[in-house]
Design a binder for this molecule. Structure first.
Ligand code: NAD
Ligand code: UDP
Length: 319
């Protein structure tokens, strides 16, 4: 039986990855310090003897007994309000955290896959973004703590690949959504759905002409699974190329929720990327992967999930 360590395993994406690898017959070890994650995302796996949870900060030395075949490094605050609140921890988990994972991988002779991000492209000047684009990041702006941590993480991972011959994979994830996102994590989809469910106006930052491309979580997990098992060590974009302005997105959410809410305009956060769309040519060729779930279907499933949560969740603060 293959054994896999998933850091950030109690988070949104990490918990879906735990589900997938359990389903594929792996022994899964989820490691998380629960700083932005939620134990409830993985509670259903506790009765499974092939699942373990280790409560640990991966920026500290990592000890895992037994063999490991794979390590997925997904631990990191991921939403702008999270990483603006805990900037130092964000930098540490992207630097010390990956160093610990790579060191562990050498000892265990394991393959490492890291969660990188479209944020390595910053506010891109090339559109859509292919993996060859080097990006346009402000290192000392508010988002720099996240973007630069992820860029460092890629560089460190490539160094271990090149100098130690370690098996490594890098996925550049574009905005992904689905059940188990936190309603109050500040990302645009839970923000809009939460506002609609509370009967509040939807807050558009800036004039709403900025674009994003939203990928449903099951499609992302499939892409990651294929990349891990591939033999490609360079970064691969995984995302849904269906691009939409934030203003149009707000209109879609209002229609979906049937709430007749209005939109209100708030200042655009500093360095907020103007446009974002993945070029997924590489994933198509190398992984024979492309997204399958339409935005209409993905949003419907996600809305059902948010509606099913206890009402007090709607009013909880982020911390
Ligand atoms: P999330 O906040 O739900 O999950 C992150 C998890 O990491 C949480 O459970 C958190 O408690 C844990 N964590 C953070 N610091 C840790 C530490 N030092 N030690 C142990 N655990 C720690 O966010 P997510 O959306 O699931 O993101 C997961 C990963 O995917 C992150 O690395 C993020 O940068 C990356 N990513 C996500 C998206 C997206 O759209 N969701 C896009 C690009 C990249
Ligand atoms: N956004 C918005 N209203 C909100 C939250 C976010 O208009 O209540 C905007 C935000 O400024 C950005 C886009 O939605 O332009 C996506 O934001 P998110 O935080 O989800 O992701 P990221 O900016 O990291 O891609």
């Amino acid at each position: 039986m293959k054994r896999i360590l998933i850091t950030g395993g109690a988070g949104f994406l990490g918990s879906h990855l735990c589900d997938r690898f359990i389903k594929e017959g792996y022994h899964v070890i989820a490691m998380d310090n629960l700083i932005t994650g939620d134990i409830r995302n993985i509670e259903h796996l506790f009765p499974n003897s092939n699942f373990e949870f280790h409560h640990h900060d991966v920026s500290q030395f990592i000890h895992v007994p037994g063999e490991l075949d794979y390590i997925l490094h997904f631990a990191s605050p991921a939403s702008p309000i999270d990483y603006l609140k805990i900037p130092i921890q964000t930098l540490k988990v992207g630097s010390l955290g990956i160093h610990n994972c790579l060191g562990l991988a050498r000892v265990k002779n394991a393959r490492v896959l890291i969660a990188s991000t479209s944020e390595v492209y910053g506010d891109p000047t090339i559109h859509p973004q292919p993996e060859e684009y080097w990006g346009n990041v402000n290192p000392v702006g508010p988002r720099g703590v996240y973007d630069e941590a992820k860029r460092f993480q890629e560089a460190m991972t490539m160094a271990y690949h090149t100098f130690h011959g370690l098996e490594t994979r890098i996925v550049r994830i574009f905005n992904t959504y689905g059940p188990r996102m936190r309603l109050n994590d500040g990302r645009v989809l839970p923000a809009f759905i939460g506002q609609a469910l509370r009967g509040e106006d939807l807050t558009i930052f800036g004039d709403g002409s900025q674009t994003r491309s939203f990928c449903y979580v099951d499609d992302l997990v499939e892409g990651i699974y294929r990349l891990l098992l591939s033999d490609y060590a360079y970064p691969v974009n995984i995302g849904n190329p269906g691009e939409i302005t934030i203003k149009e997105f707000a209109e879609e959410i209002i229609k979906l929720t049937g709430t007749n809410q209005k939109v209100v305009y708030k200042p655009l956060p500093k360095d907020d990327p103007k446009q974002r769309q993945p070029d997924i040519s590489k994933a198509k060729v190398i992984l024979d992967w492309e997204p399958k779930v339409s935005r209409a279907e993905g949003l419907r499933i996600t809305y059902e999930y948010f509606k099913s949560l206890p009402e007090e969740e709607l009013y909880k603060a982020a911390y």
